[in-house]
Design a protein around this ligand. Structure first.
Ligand code: PPE
Length: 304
């Protein structure tokens, strides 16, 4: 999806002009995929742009860095504030936000210990990742021929830049085969997640979503959806899902910051009832919650 330019990008403590936010071709992370990132959304609310669960996203950013052994040069609070400053500097009522911590220019080689950590925060307007009508129309998914990396190769709990090579292989394979998105299986064959979303499967009124141990990212949207589902009176559990559970599901949906909530209409040529009533209800509450229109979830909306 194309990027629209905005006035400023935050780099190591300064808001620089969009065109000046550049790195050297010998930037360490460009060569080795070292580095960690976040994906966050700011939504238009009656009180101005509100960044959805900003502090939780920045805490996960720091957890990713900790898993990777990367020493962050700022505190969580400083990066929370920097993210707000960046959003405000653009004047946008709503946007997608991408904080990135990377090893910059100056060191080469696999030893990251001497490398300096640089941090950048950019934001731009970005539409719903799986299409604006992803709830009503549904997306078609294919179980990928690519396996999600396991905990002892590339920890899937960290949003490491290099981890996404696995996701792009799967995404492009699915698109070329005529599908919209891929479902990743863990090395043991259980469902992990999609390329950039968590997945949920409904059977007999029970909603299941795979655990981190199955290779799923600890999704902040996943966590929000679980609270919303419980508040709607639904039975939602974190548990393993097999490929065959998906084929005979009553409803399937996927969620993530970029994608929001989208229903799944097909998995590997098996039609899934879509949109399901639980998916629709959850998506409707989520859409209000992120815009500060539901008092129950107002603490999730952090004003820029
Ligand atoms: N799994 C993966 C692998 C993932 O990348 C994301 C977010 C999620 C689950 C959902 O997490 P959360 O956003 O906290 O609910 N993917 C981000 C990047 C997407 C991209 O393609 O780039 C996002 O949605 O911002």
């Amino acid at each position: 999806m194309p990027i629209t330019t905005t006035p400023k990008i935050w780099m190591n403590g300064t808001l620089v002009d969009w065109d000046k936010a550049q790195v050297h071709v010998l930037t360490h992370t460009l060569h080795y995929g070292t580095g960690v990132f976040e994906g966050i959304r700011a939504y238009e609310t009656k009180n101005g742009p509100a960044i959805f669960r900003l502090t939780d996203h920045i805490k996960r950013f720091y957890n990713s860095a900790k898993i990777m052994g990367m020493d962050m040069p700022y505190s969580v609070e400083e990066i929370v504030q920097a993210t707000k400053d960046t959003v405000r500097s653009t004047g946008l009522p709503a946007c997608y936000i991408r904080p990135l911590a990377y090893y910059g220019y100056g060191e080469m080689g696999l030893n990251t210990l001497p490398c300096k950590v640089d941090i950048a925060i950019a934001c731009w307007p970005w539409g719903a990742y799986l299409g604006d009508d992803a709830v009503e129309k549904g997306v078609r998914m294919k179980v990928s021929s690519w396996t999600r990396h396991d905990h002892n190769t590339m920890p899937p709990a960290a949003k490491t830049v290099g981890n996404y090579v696995n996701s792009t292989l799967a995404k492009v394979e699915a698109l070329k085969a005529g599908y919209d998105e891929a479902i990743m299986l863990a090395p043991n064959g259980l469902i992990a997640e999609c390329t950039g979303e968590n997945i949920f499967c409904v059977r007999d009124g029970i909603i299941l979503t795979p655990p981190t141990s199955a290779g799923a990212l600890e999704g902040i949207t996943q966590n929000s959806v679980m609270r919303i589902a419980r508040d709607l009176g639904y039975d939602i559990r974190v548990d393993n899902i097999a490929r065959s559970d998906l084929y005979i599901a009553d409803e399937i949906f996927a969620c993530g910051t970029a994608a929001e909530v989208g229903s799944v209409s097909m998995v590997d040529e098996r039609l899934i009832p879509c949109p399901g009533p639980m998916t629709r209800a959850i998506a409707a509450v989520y859409a209000k919650a992120v815009r500060g229109q539901d008092e129950r979830y107002i603490d999730w909306c952090e004003l820029a």
